[in-house]
Design a protein around this ligand. Sequence first.
Ligand code: M6R
Length: 614
Amino acid sequence: MCGIVGYIGPRDATPVILAGLKRLEYRGYDSAGLAIIEDGRIKIRRDVGKLSQLESLVEESPVSGNIGIGHTRWATHGEPSARNAHPHLGMTGDIVLVHNGIVENYMELREELSAEGAVFNSETDSEVIVHLVERYLSTNGNLVDAARNALSHLRGAHGIVMISSKEPDKIVAARIGNAGGVVVGMGEGEMHIASDMPAILEHTRKIVFLESQQIAVVTRQGLDILALDGRTIDYQVSSVSWDPVSAEKGEFKHFMEKEIHEQVRSLTETISGRIDFRNGHSIRLPELNLTQKFAQDIRKIFITACGTAAHAGMVGKVLIEHIARIPVEVDIASEFRYRDPIVDENTVLLAVSQSGETADTLAAMEEGQRKGATLWSIVNVIGSQAMRISDGYISMQSGPEIGVASTKAYTAPLVDLYMLAILLGDLRGTLDRKSRQKLVDDLRLLPDLAGRCLDREAEVERLARELIHVNHCLYLGRGINMPTAYEGALKLKEISYIHAEGYPAGEMKHGPIALIDREMPVVVIAPRDPWYEKMFSQIEQAKARGGVVIAVATDGDQTIADIADHVLWVPHTPWLLSPVTTVIPLQMLAYHIAAQRGLDVDQPRNLAKSVTVE
Ligand code: M6R
């Protein structure tokens, strides 16, 4: 989704901004632009298409200066085009801004401003903001105050960054609600601003996160943070340790492929430091701030998330209910926020989010908090809004995930949820010492088991070659591996554009069975888990109707080998952890089908890495 970068300092802002935008490419966008103050005047370059298009434009028509802002746009209002691309310039030519989010009342503001004489040059909602700022500048002449006044008219959630040729010593930024983050990077004699940390980490690790309803005034020398009423606010500088090099593709063709292979490491990191071997293999999740009393008082957990993260939550439900015996409901965040859920102070709302900035998930958290729930989150991006507003959190330890299709940020939270279930079981007394030790011992096997799944990539790639021309695919799973079917189908559809549906296997006979023929492969997740026998009969039902069955099965399962048309083998895995190993061949299958179809695997059409609009 839209990305923002800004720079003020002694260097030429243009290459700094272009490099920052490049780091944000993974978020998904359809146009890009930048504005620089050169010799006291604002110069804009912007175009539709990839960043390389903007780079060529800048090469043909160079622009340079010590202050500037840049943007990658993911269209919401108005088609992807050069005139709708940001930055947007005001009528005086003195103010320019970039915007993430949606101005919900933009139609009425546009009419009001047009009646006052404003002329609009784009179809975007964002352009109303620059006209609003100009309205107030014409009366009091001060960028910060004009910005504050303009913000008071906007409905919706926003990240806004603006500069003025009349005040070329500062960048003014604002965050209202959850339309992605605004982070300020404190350099030596220079300052950076961005919607996401990867854009600025190569310059500085000293980061300030803007909260909602705050305005940042960034100069070469430093930063002031103001409330919307103009009061100065104290802020904290965080030190961030992410390695920008890990956001490079290295030997791999795509980030998704690299990230699939990084799962051994990310699972190891997820586990490491969290098992206390001296204390009977107990689990340590200190950032959760969980006391025995609170664990015992919990009556219900809502897990809320979107997409892949919601599938992880579905596995979490089975784990927590089985191990800790707490009732768990899984809610798609965009539904939870509007369905008036029954929540009280003995309820935990647990959000799962790679980015920690997904607008629907944050809104669901706010709804839970408003109703008195304790907020927990499992988040990958350190310092993200979800992490900051939580009463306790578990960090995924996956490192940056760049491919739009989530892979390592799916398996890491599975392990986090497993550890959380053990910890809760322990504190609530549903787990004896011996059972806990067994669960923890199983966990230690996991990185190796994941590695053994990855070793079979060549077989998966061969199968992918046979499937590149299919148009539809059905994925079936049951119990703890039902979400694996959902996730396998999501991976295939989002990067290969093949229609794929995930279904609870027992539901097949209630409808989808009508679709089965030689043209629609059926992927059946059938490891040796407690639902194995049931899955076997689903395979028979599909075969009896002429279906082509691809089974995900446990090594050595001759019965499955005899009946399925193809088998994706996984090593024997304790069933509570089996969703980690069964999903890996499905990630690889989706990847190889999409790659062999020659598609843009890392930035599939219409998708964004973090979805910061509703
Ligand atoms: O950043 P989040 O985990 O909150 O993102 C939620 C979904 O948008 C995300 O999981 C999406 O479904 C995946 N990238 C798809 O692979």
